[in-house]
Design a binder for this molecule. Structure first.
Ligand code: PHE
Length: 382
């Protein structure tokens, strides 16, 4: 038997309680019976229609009919019931699938309806747009570098930022206690002394450990790029940050030569900085490459002249060249750590600082700006 709003004979709190209880029980029962959109509309109208809806009726039969001294109490109850009814009707709606707005559903039908039910989903309204953030300039630069190498057929590998001594140093041909380790001011994880040295944890100082991790799991040919975050114990200033980013590369195959290294990197620099840049290699040292080199690119700010008008060019320190990366042929000792046969394979590796490249590309004069989190600065790069 469907619920009808009774006239109240008594307006005492007890009588009101009882009436409200009955009403709410029916509300609950009817809500549970809602199975589809048509049901829901009937349900909504029965309880909320302005004319003859249950809410209108309790207003008329309970509140308006209440004697003066009971009005406050009854008003409060009626308000509570209104809130309960509204919430229940709203909730019942989420359980049913809502058909598209009639105006849309009936496009091309005999007589398109123009009235859109407020309860229906109107897909013609603009959506709630979330403001889009901007890609961080360093990440953006890393993506650009990676995509240059992806276009050459390289795949992407990543590795842990918290690394073991073995991967960060030993397998890269830095023997324990070797002074070459001093060139990379390392941040060590505390309380590792009880472990054998090779298992002790540190924050990786370069992305090179991922060379080893990759060669351990992959047989040649290998062509990979490794973007990632690295740490060194450098005090922060305009050009140093204890946290920075590198993009590493590794190619190992049969018969890879220094010419392949030069050609690949020359191409990459032209793709990144424009086809007119020149590259130049100078001898250097890294324990895991032999021979090793530093690659310079002609300064794309002053065009290699060392001057900007009558001013000295600062980014290249007036030399016309900018040091951009370290590289070399993979040292045969490294192959010994990953079970590659140095008689059968050869390869090259390189590593560049992505933050430094971003600084040069965007003409930023302080690396700290990248990491301070000032949105006014960062959103300029979107
Ligand atoms: N890992 C070196 C550094 O961070 C750079 C490098 C990578 C050099 C690969 C040679 C080959 O300084």
């Amino acid at each position: 038997m469907a619920y009808t709003v009774p006239k109240l004979k008594s307006f005492t709190p007890a009588a009101l309680d009882k009436a409200a209880e009955k009403l709410l029980a029916s509300l609950k029962l009817e809500a549970a019976a809602v199975k589809n959109e048509a049901d829901w509309k009937v349900f909504r109208d029965r309880w909320m229609a302005r004319k003859n809806g249950v809410l209108t009726e309790i207003n008329d039969l309970w509140l308006k009919a209440a004697p003066k001294e009971a009005k406050r109490e009854v008003g409060q109850r009626v308000n509570e019931l209104k809130a309960a009814v509204t919430a229940t009707v709203e909730k019942a709606r989420t359980g049913v699938t809502i058909a598209p707005a009639p105006a849309v559903a009936k496009v091309g039908a005999v007589r398109p309806s123009v009235s859109v039910e407020p309860a229906a989903l109107d897909i013609t309204l603009p959506g709630n747009r979330r403001p889009l953030g901007a890609e961080h300039p360093v990440i953006k630069t890393m993506h650009e570098i990676v995509s240059v190498f992806r276009n050459l057929g390289y795949s992407v590998e990543e590795g842990p930022v918290i690394e073991t001594d073995y991967y960060n140093f030993e397998a890269l041909n830095f023997p324990p206690n070797h002074p070459a380790r001093d060139t990379q001011d390392t941040l060590f994880i505390a309380r590792q002394e009880s472990k054998p040295q090779r298992d002790r944890l540190l924050l990786r100082t370069h992305t090179s450990p991922v060379q080893i991790r990759t060669m351990e799991k992959m047989k040649p040919p290998v062509r990979i790029v490794i973007p990632g975050k690295v740490h060194r114990n450098d005090p922060p200033d305009a050009s140093h940050s204890p946290m920075f980013h590198q993009v590493e590369g590794l190619a190992v195959d049969a018969n890879i030569t220094f010419c392949d290294l030069k050609g690949t990197l020359d191409h990459a620099m032209k793709a990144l900085f424009g086809s007119s840049v020149k590259t130049s290699f100078r001898p250097s040292f890294f324990p895991f490459t032999e021979p090793s080199a530093e690659m310079m690119v002609s300064c794309f700010i002053c065009g290699g002249s060392g001057k900007r008008g009558s001013e000295p060019c600062r980014p290249c320190k007036q030399t016309g060249w900018i040091e951009i990366l370290g590289c070399g042929m993979v040292d045969p000792n490294v192959y010994g750590f990953v079970d590659y046969d140095p008689k059968k394979v050869s390869g090259f590796a390189f590593g560049m600082g992505a933050d430094r490249i971003a600084i040069l590309k965007y003409g930023v004069d302080d690396i700290q700006l990248f990491f301070n989190g000032d949105v006014r600065f960062l959103e300029q790069f979107g």
